[in-house]
Design a protein around this ligand. Sequence first.
Ligand code: NDP
Ligand code: HSE
Length: 428
Amino acid sequence: MTDPLRLGIAGLGTVGAGVVKIIRQKSVLLAERTGRPITISAVCARNRDRDRGVPLGDYAWEDDAVALAKRDDVDVFVELMGGSDGPAKAATEAALAMGKDVVTANKALLAHHGTALALQAEAAGSVLRFEAAVAGGIPVIKALTEGLAGNEITRVMGVMNGSCNYILTRMENAGLTYQEAFAEADGLGYLEADPELDVGGIDAGHKLSLLASIAFGTQVAFSAVELEGIGKVSIDDIRQAADMGYKIKLLGVCRMTGRGLEQRMSPCLVPQTSPLGQLDGGTNMVMIEGDQVGQIVMRGAGAGEGPTASAVLGDLMDIARGTRLSTFGQPASSLKSVTAARVATPAPYYVRMALVDKPGALAKVATALGEAGISINRMRQYDHTNEAAPVLIVTHKTTRAALDQAIEAMAPTGVVAADPVVLRIEAV
Ligand code: NDP
Ligand code: HSE
């Protein structure tokens, strides 16, 4: 056996404690597979006295993550604290500055500083890996950077936030309102400490920006992700989308277009019968389309101790084996700067409206759509609940800008009783 790979683990919460457990319980298997032992030299967290469900007495303790990252007996700094800045960034930079390798699960850190950190790693001859940061246990980074490296990637999309998928599934299957499903997810501990990261689409947007960088060889551009959360999705939308054969998912889509890089994370309709349409509960799904391979679908746990620690171990074992891949699948210095596509690729849209119930109302709506160049594919009017008549329209392919123009033109006619709900229908 050659020298051990010695780790310093910062963060002993859900993921960190999970990594320590695997390294303790499966040391023989890991050494057999990599050809060298993987050991822990030191650990770090905020509260030294907290029971982590795993013995820590064999490891040195550091109160400060930067001090841990700089230790002479640490070859790989494992960052499992979280946060886009603060100690996670400082300690990662400190480790890279000393030529150490870094493995992290921190999507927020990489979404904000990924390109700079990858450049720093490259300059130092270090490796910076982040499999656990996107879709938890699904090895999607490996798939993109390794197995599919010979493809030109045409589109990457998926459901990358389990909490949002849980909320939408409960609204659909149990008839809960958004507020009830949110409260249930919160009670089960599914939501981030700041739930807006989940329901605002920010966490999933972080993940999408990392996948886009690998898929299209671009610098990480989280600020260019078009973000919309699930807070405005109502039980009426879930029911009426279902009536038209669709499910609503918080869907991330990225593709390179002639107009620039398109990155969207927003509630979309997908066919009920599609793999994405059948994805229930807290599970994640990522679909990758390549010019040679066609479509690949990967499904699995996007969070939780075991699945996330599994992904961290995958990165650590690569390093133990001597596999030294670039952070984003190509030299960081060759990543192109991003021109963001200002207009999303045209798609059909779902438009739910409440119309004033009087003769000619529907005609005025149809006229406004027609004058904006929008063609109606399907339309349904539902039983009147009160004064307003609920109307559902599915358009042929159009743009959001054209729809906004049509909706603006409807306003002075006085036939629209409430703000219309507009959701994109994604071809999956
Ligand atoms: P937790 O909140 O469970 O754990 C965070 C750990 O970091 C705690 O042990 C905490 O210490 C420690 N910590 C926080 N701040 C500091 C600091 N300033 N100095 C030292 N230690 C600190 O988080 P998770 O394990 O859930 O997440 C860790 C990372 O993994 C995050 O980046 C997260 O986004 C990512 N991730 C998590 C997934 C999951 O399923 N949980 C899935 C995919 C990615 P203490 O315990 O003493 O408070
Ligand atoms: N909050 C995230 C989710 C955790 O719900 O998917 C995993 O990144």
